[in-house]
Design a protein around this ligand. Structure first.
Ligand code: NAP
Length: 317
């Protein structure tokens, strides 16, 4: 499995690449695309002047603008990297400026709602290939990005029915060049899979950290002091961007509620097993879950090092 990005390309895959929303994901795409010379020109678009100034300082793009329509003019690939609730507004703004033959893609963590927001605003002759890189961190903004974010991670494409095959292949080629493994699936199925693998785990983390903060019988100081017992691993996820996650839950409502229903039933069964002293039920479940963790490690999606690879006994640099 490669651990670093390959050498720069002799000929770019894309002429003008416009990245709208220059935060963690958008700036990571720009970093990798610049390093690999995937585009002749990279344009950063963001509504935040501070983000644009930072993009210029970091030298991550050839041009940086708050004017999304100007940014996409002449672009052959446009990647939307704004929070899931903002896709419709951005698509409405750029629609009239898109040129025939251009490909519009995105990185949204929810797919059906993004397709519903974007598609109505795209003119005929513009190809839409939605994508979701299953890679990220709990940090936000252009300084949080890094070029290897997508290396050996999955990127899921959810082309709508009738999508142009050549456009899908170009987007697949782009993500493969960034180091990702690409899989194609339907948008509804994507939303169900991600509800259980990402969205509900985030909700559980937000919930447990919130519950601990509200306890009357255990002080916040004690929660922080003894957090190494498991709590602190939830706090990493619960530190994720509030805007992004608010939008994910509001836009993947049905799939999340479906998975939460299942989770509530299973938690009730666990509570019953504890109440009735059914140790074999607990033991069987914990054995099955351990096997899932080992499967994630052997597939290269997690480090096998103990304690999530935390370095112990070393002086932090
Ligand atoms: P981020 O670091 O917060 O960056 C988003 C940027 O978009 C911010 O600079 C934001 O500016 C800007 N923005 C918001 N609305 C805009 C608009 N209407 N026009 C122009 N710019 C706008 O977010 P991120 O973590 O990169 O996430 C971006 C997308 O990637 C989301 O759809 C998310 O679901 C998806 N995603 C995230 C992860 C992850 O782990 N973070 C992983 C996979 C996919 P303001 O600060 O002014 O709002």
């Amino acid at each position: 499995m490669p651990e670093r990005l390959g050498p720069p390309r002799e000929t770019p895959l894309v002429g003008r690449l416009a990245i709208i929303g220059f935060g963690l994901i958008g700036s990571s795409i720009a970093r990798a695309a610049a390093h690999l010379r995937l585009a002749r020109t990279i344009v950063a678009v963001d509504r935040d002047p501070g983000v644009l100034a930072r993009a210029r300082e970091l030298g991550l793009s050839d041009d940086a603008t708050a004017d999304a329509a100007a940014g996409v003019t002449g672009a052959d690939l446009v990647i939307l990297c704004v929070p899931v609730g903002a896709y419709g507004e951005v698509a409405r703004t750029i629609g009239p400026a898109l040129e025939a033959g251009a490909i519009v893609s995105d990185v949204g963590s929810v797919k059906a709602a993004v397709i519903a927001q974007v598609q109505p605003h795209l003119p005929a002759g513009v190809h839409f290939v939605p994508a979701h890189p299953v890679a990220g961190t709990e940090h936000s903004g252009p300084d949080a990005g890094f070029a290897t974010l997508f290396l050996n991670r999955w990127c899921i494409l959810t082309p709508p029915e009738g999508a142009d095959d050549a456009a899908v292949e170009r987007v697949r080629g782009f993500w493969s060049a960034l180091g990702s493994d690409v899989e194609i699936m339907g948008a509804q199925h994507h939303d169900l899979v991600l509800a259980i693998t990402s969205h509900v785990p985030h909700l559980i983390a937000y919930n447990i950290v919130g519950t601990a903060a509200d306890l009357e019988t255990v002080t916040q100081q004690e929660v922080i002091k003894f957090s190494a017992g498991g709590f602190r691993d939830f706090t990493r996820i619960a530190a994720s961007d509030p805007t992004m996650w608010r939008d994910i839950f509001l836009h993947n409502r049905e799939a999340v509620l479906e998975m939460l229903g299942r989770l509530n039933e299973d938690i009730a069964l666990l509570a019953r097993a504890i109440r009735w002293g059914e140790g074999d039920k607990l033991f069987d479940l914990f054995t099955r879950t351990r096997a899932i963790r080992r499967g994630i490690i052997s597939s290269g999606q997690e480090t096998p090092e103990p304690d999530f690879g935390r370095r112990h006994g070393e002086t932090p640099s």
